[in-house]
Every structure is written in C-alpha cells, then in structure tokens.
Write a protein that binds this ligand. Sequence first.
Ligand SMILES: [Zn+2]
Length: 452
Amino acid sequence: MIAESILVRGRHVLTSATPAVVDDGAVLVVGESIADVGPYDELRAAHPDAGALGGPYDIVTPGFVNTHGHFSEGLLAGIGEQYTLGEWIHGLINPIAPHLTRAMAYVATMLSGIQMLRSGITTANDMFVCEPRPEPVTPAVVTALDELGLRGVVSFGAGDLRSAGEVAPQLAEHEALREAAAASRLCTFRVGIGAVGGQSDKLFAASADLAVRGGHGVHIHLHEVREEVTATRQRFGVTPIAHCAREGLFTAPTLAAHCVWADRADRDLLARHRVGVAHNPVANMILASGAAPVAELRALGVDVGIGVDGAASNDSQDMLQAVKATALLARVHHLQATAMTAREAFEMATIGGARALRMAATVGSLEPGKAADLVVFDGSSPALANVHDPYEAVVYVAGSREVKDVLVAGRPSVADGDVVTVDVADLVARSRPLARELVTRAGLSHLSELAR
Ligand SMILES: [Zn+2]
C-alpha cells in the first residue's frame, strides 16, 4: 500500500529550521512523516495526486511543543485565584489528589487536550498529580491522548510526603503508566517527581534509579518559588537543583519546570547537565511566583521551552496565550522592547521545547524525515488578513480562532477549527457532575459555585 500524501500550503511556511521561512511554500506529508518542504508550485507539479490542505494566504508552522502541564487539573480551571504556590498546593492540589479517579482522569485529559489541540499544540509533556489507588489512575491519560490524536510525554507526579504514604504504591503507579504508554500510539513515559520537597529520601532514590536504569526521562518541578529553595537548603544544605545533581538524577534526561529562583550556580548546573527547562509565564504570573531568568538560561545554552502549565494555575490551556506571554513578560521584566523577539518566542515554543524534551530528532520543526506534526493558521481570518511579519502575526495576533487545521503524525486532529475524534458537547456535559463530585469530596465547595 502506498502511504497517503498531503500537500499543506501556506503563504508563509515557518519551519523552525533552515531556511526559517519558505514563502508561497508547502509541506509534503507522506504517511506519518514530512517528506519535503519547498516552493508550493514545484511540490504540486511533482505530486499532482497529493491531497490538499491550507491555502495561498495561510501560515503553516510546526506543531507547538507544550513542555509542562497537568491533566490532573483539567476539571479545576478558574478556581482559587487568591493563592500563591504553597497555599495553592495545600489549599487545592493536596485535597484534590486522593479523589481523582480514572474516569475523572480521562475526562480531565480530554477537556485540557481539546483546548491544547485547538491552540496548535501537538506534543504535551504532562505530569499527572494524584494519590495512587488500587486501580491505577494515570493510564486513562494515555487512553485519552491516543483518542484525541495528541502526542504525549506522560508522567505521574509522585510524592509520598503529600499524605505520609508508602513508596511501593507510588512506584506501582509509575509502572502502570509506563505500560500504558508502551502500548500506545502517541505516548512516551517519563518518571515524574512532583518536587524534591514532596518526596522521602527513599522515594527520591528509587525514582532516580528507575529513570537511570530504565533509560527513562525525568519530569520535575524545580525552583518555582523562593520558599521551595529555602526549605530544601534547610533539609539538605543545598538547593533543589544542586541536590538533584548530587544525587545523580540529572544522569537521566531531565525536564525541569519553572526554575524561576535559580541563581548563577544553579543555572550553571542546569547547563552542565543539559537539563531542559519549561518556562510557564502565565502560571508564574497567576501564582505571583516571579519572572524566570529565561535570557540568562538561554545565554548559557540551556534549552528552554514554553509550557501552559495546569488548568488550576494558568487557567486556560492555550499555547498561543503562553507564547505571547513569554514575549511580553521578557519585555516587562527587562523593560526593553528588544528583550525577546516574536521569532525567539516562536522558536522556543517549537524546536526549543523539542530540544528541552530531547525530542528534536522527531518533532519541533518542519524538516524531511520528522513527524508530520503541523498547524495551519487561517489566512482568511480578520486577524490574519494582513500579515506584515509572519512571526509577529502568529505570536501577537493569532488566537485559537485562527488555528484551522492540526496534523499529528500525519493525521488530522483538528479540522476546520475543531477536534475531529471527540463529541465535544457530550464530553462537556459528562464533565460537570465529575467536577462537582471532585470538588465536593475534596471539601472545597466553598471555592466553587458549581458545587454549592
Ligand atoms: Zn506544574
């Protein structure tokens, strides 16, 4: 059987590779992969039978790589805005964690995943934070992502100090998720560590061992707030980043979320150990955590990607908002209009995130041989009627409304602005009683009109 081919056309094709822009260009997709990128007229003449997507005024980009999020918060958007991180963990996340069921995990992942796809995300690096149960919860994340057609890097945010629990059930949840990912079409597994402060010495050592010996990557929060750094210094005498380096965790490919409060020595350690960083500007602003030293990290050669973070701390799941906020926060932080260009933010959201996740061989740019993960922005939308600069158009002007088509591994996940595999109205209706049940069981009805 000959693999089906599609020619995806755009006025501007932004590749995040070389050449960076192909005007009046196209991407030839054959099966799951990109076969060619070049001038539309030449590719169309050479492939007259290929299907057609995009058009002469559209903008074609690589799919966005969302480097940090929590599908476990998919039922908790728009709640508890008054909290800073420590209060938010104790007042919201810890009470919720024991009550998340597999059914909730599936629906929460669907809700967040639909928003991600509609905003152009094709790869989501997730950490599901819950208490282990006899029936593992996290495999439902994999089920949902495969159904949605959203590439996932999935992890369980283990933490035995959340509820003074045991180590064995935490490791069993990792194992159940690893098995589900191994059997999936689009997911790969990482070892999740909620945070250094959330784990006993025993669990931390077992997690590092699981990652290093199993050949898995690691997904962890590091230096999100100053209090986290202070507490770990008091416990171990060093910062969380130095502790991870000392204990050998960074021997495994590690993606660290936030790194807002990383000082010069910490930043040097991240660079030396090739730790990728997920920058989450919207969540960092909502929780008043601070502005991450993105420029300093990038100057050291650290791969920095962009994350939307979870629905309980962003609270939207929209990558275009996060990309715009990345450029805006840099400008406000440095009080310079040149602090970050739209092109830099765009490249962080695509190839930068892929490098931070050590996935640049397969995703993050439009190049022959890579996975056909791409986005078509609608050039007939009023917002994109007049494109003076395609990077500024995508980063500052476009919203989810302009995301017309999304391919993941060559298959349409979004067509004409909507997800193709899910009955959205049915899913939304099914989510309401689950969200009400979750908030009520967690004793958080005082925060929710839905549960009153
Ligand atoms: Zn997080």
